[in-house]
Design a protein around this ligand. Structure first.
Ligand code: BG6
Length: 485
């Protein structure tokens, strides 16, 4: 369904995110017929270039990041024709009048700040000073939204000077992932799971976001951040919220965000014994690729204590979850790129079968975020054959691609979905200011704790499942991590 015509201004339009995600994503939406006639995308960045050069730049981004099946010469041409470019000085006066001349206030106006957070304030201020942003305008801001509670508060205050909360769209692209939204559908559109969705029946929850990439190329940003700030404070926290929250009264932006906020506020402080941090080690592979740098080399900081891996045991201190641990882990240069949430249910209270293998009796619901989005429910059945009542665990497996055919295989990228939500004016999948602050309020003491103790991350082999100590985090509770593969 096409959205209404809009002017979307992308600040930082020549940057990495615009190249990899925003421009290719907008093209894909155009290809799908969702971007209406009359819409315009205006790139704005410091680089001096004209619209023709920007279109060439966007063409290269599309060629590189859009699959061949969607690269249609006529469509690309038509898409490039809706692009404009203005060189702009975010901290000065240059380019702002030119931008004003391009933005049509009678349309939906959205301004995407794909820039460093230090520029959020100056951009917001100038959009107002030059009379470009109306009271209906929307701004989209990228993570990192601050690096601690204090800086996040400053950003929120700065933005609030110029924009109302209903105009601010804070992106966490994990919320745009199809399966993440499906979490809410699975929980609240089925009667099946919700009665069991609590500490009485759920033994524990594992949330894993494993990556194979290292931090090479973005080491200078990453080294100041680390896995806790880069992934846990936002992406993993959002996943945890969607698993743990109470049913909102309606699928409505504030109703959903109110419930998520309550979860974040209910998170208990995490003690040192419940945290394992790691750094990937250099690797010499036999596969001809030779030396692959370790974290310290990638970060260009031989003394770095920043973690490229973190595992945590987290408790949600409320009525529903008291006693059910949530184990979170995320890291770079691990064995496989895989993100999933696994909910392990408790064993039946009493076994009537003699031969049941005790370790296999738990039901596990696995929600696969990537790759091969889908769900898997592990169930016990009788092993076929005449060998008596022997039990075996089998998966009820559903991949979106198989279950939904073409629609399931053609899942839009998170950014595409989220940008279209901005144009539609739907804030449900964006973080509210108080949510971000609450997330930092929980994160800060954890980071302060290991900084004060002078903890060093444990080295782990590239291509492994992470540091040895992370295994202990679960072993000592009589549980184990699911394999990363
Ligand atoms: C980003 C982080 O927010 O998310 C990156 O800054 C990380 O470090 C990325 O690689 C992971 O996103 P995805 O969609 O590839 O799982």
């Amino acid at each position: 369904i096409p959205v209404d015509p809009f002017d979307l201004v992308v600040f930082g339009a020549t940057g990495d995110l615009a190249n990899r995600k925003i421009l290719p994503g907008l093209y894909r939406r155009f290809f799908s017929g969702q971007i209406p006639e009359g819409a315009r995308i205006i790139g704005a960045a410091r680089t001096e270039m004209d619209t023709a050069a920007f279109r060439a730049h966007a063409r290269a981004a599309i060629d590189e990041h859009v699959g061949a099946g969607k690269r249609n010469a006529a469509q690309i041409e038509a898409f490039l024709n809706i692009l404009e470019y203005v060189p702009i000085d975010a901290m000065g006066e240059g380019g702002w009048n030119e931008l004003k001349a391009l933005v049509r206030p009678q349309m939906i106006n959205a301004f995407y700040f794909s820039v460093a957070p230090a520029l959020f304030g100056p951009l917001a201020e100038r959009l107002h000073a030059f009379g470009i942003a109306t009271s209906q305008a929307r701004i989209v801001v990228e993570k990192p939204f601050g690096r601690d509670l204090a800086s996040a508060k400053v950003l929120n205050t700065t933005l609030a000077e110029h924009f109302d909360e209903t105009q601010i769209y804070r992106i966490d692209h994990y919320l745009g992932k199809e399966t993440v939204q499906n979490l809410m559908a699975v929980r609240f559109a089925n009667i099946l799971f919700e009665p069991l969705w609590n500490a009485q029946f759920v033994d524990h929850v594992q949330i894993t976001v494993a990556e194979t990439v290292g931090v090479g190329g973005r080491g200078s940003y990453y080294d100041k951040s680390g896995a806790m700030r880069d992934m846990v404070q936002n992406h993993l926290m959002q996943l945890l919220c969607l698993i743990a929250m109470e049913p909102p009264y309606h699928f409505d932006p504030d109703a959903v965000r109110d419930e998520k906020l309550k979860v974040i506020r209910a998170l208990q402080p995490v003690s040192a014994a419940d945290i394992v941090r790691g750094q990937y080690l250099a690797h010499r592979s036999d596969d001809g690729k030779g030396h692959q740098p370790g974290y310290l080399e990638d970060a260009e900081n031989p003394d770095s204590r920043t973690e490229s891996y973190i595992a945590l045991r987290v408790h949600v201190a409320n009525w529903r979850w008291k006693g059910t641990p949530f184990y979170l882990r995320t890291g770079k240069r691990l064995r496989a790129r895989t993100s999933e949430i696994a909910i392990t249910f408790k064993e039946p209270p009493h076994s009537i079968f003699d031969e049941a293998d005790e370790t296999w009796r738990e039901n596990v619901l696995v929600i696969r975020l990537q790759p091969n989005e889908g769900m898997n429910l592990k169930m016990m059945i009788k092993e076929p054959g005449p060998g008596g009542m022997r039990l075996v665990q089998v998966p009820l497996d559903m991949s979106f691609a198989e279950a939904l055919g073409e629609d399931g295989a053609d899942i839009p990228d998170a950014y595409e979905r989220l940008i279209m939500d901005v144009i539609r004016g739907n804030q449900t999948l964006f973080m509210r200011g108080d949510e971000v602050e609450a997330a930092w309020a929980w994160t800060d003491p954890i980071i302060e704790g290991w900084t004060a103790r002078g903890d060093r991350p444990q080295g782990y082999d590239a291509g492994s499942s992470g540091p040895e100590d992370a295994l202990m985090l679960m072993h000592r509770d009589g549980r184990r991590w699911r394999e990363i593969r």
